[in-house]
Design a protein. Structure first.
Length: 126
């Protein structure tokens, strides 16, 4: 069974939140920036975040792969870079630039791919 989890990018700080909660209506919450004297875990609703879902996959180093991650690895004897996107009901790796067969998407996950960044923290890799 796939683990469901999220992370979210906050543009104005900039900061990646790993403690993201989403309710049944799609509202996004993080740990509260203020604390109160209560025994409960405090969270606050956030409308200023870009949410990314865990794909259920890990890279060659065992690191969780999320939407928006940038991957690198050898495919068809060429070191290529990919962006992880959700398209047509599944997660795909889209080629960044041109591969030896032209640009496009692959839906085959290769075991040798490694996360090299993400589209928010490392836009220069695009």
């Amino acid at each position: 069974m796939r683990q469901i989890k999220f992370r979210a990018w906050e543009k104005k700080l900039p900061y990646m939140h790993d403690d993201v909660f989403i309710d049944g209506s799609g509202n996004v919450y993080t740990s509260a920036s203020k604390t109160f004297n209560t025994p409960n875990t405090e969270i606050e609703r956030r409308d200023d975040l870009i949410v990314m879902q865990f794909t259920g996959l890990k890279d060659k180093n065992g690191v969780d792969i999320y939407e928006g991650d940038l991957l690198s690895g050898w495919v068809h004897d060429v070191n290529q870079r990919f962006i992880v996107e959700y398209k047509s009901g599944k997660y795909d790796c889209g080629f960044i630039g041109q591969d030896i067969h032209g640009s496009g998407y692959i839906n085959v996950w290769y075991s040798g791919l490694e996360i090299i960044g993400n589209i928010h923290q490392n836009p220069e890799l695009l």
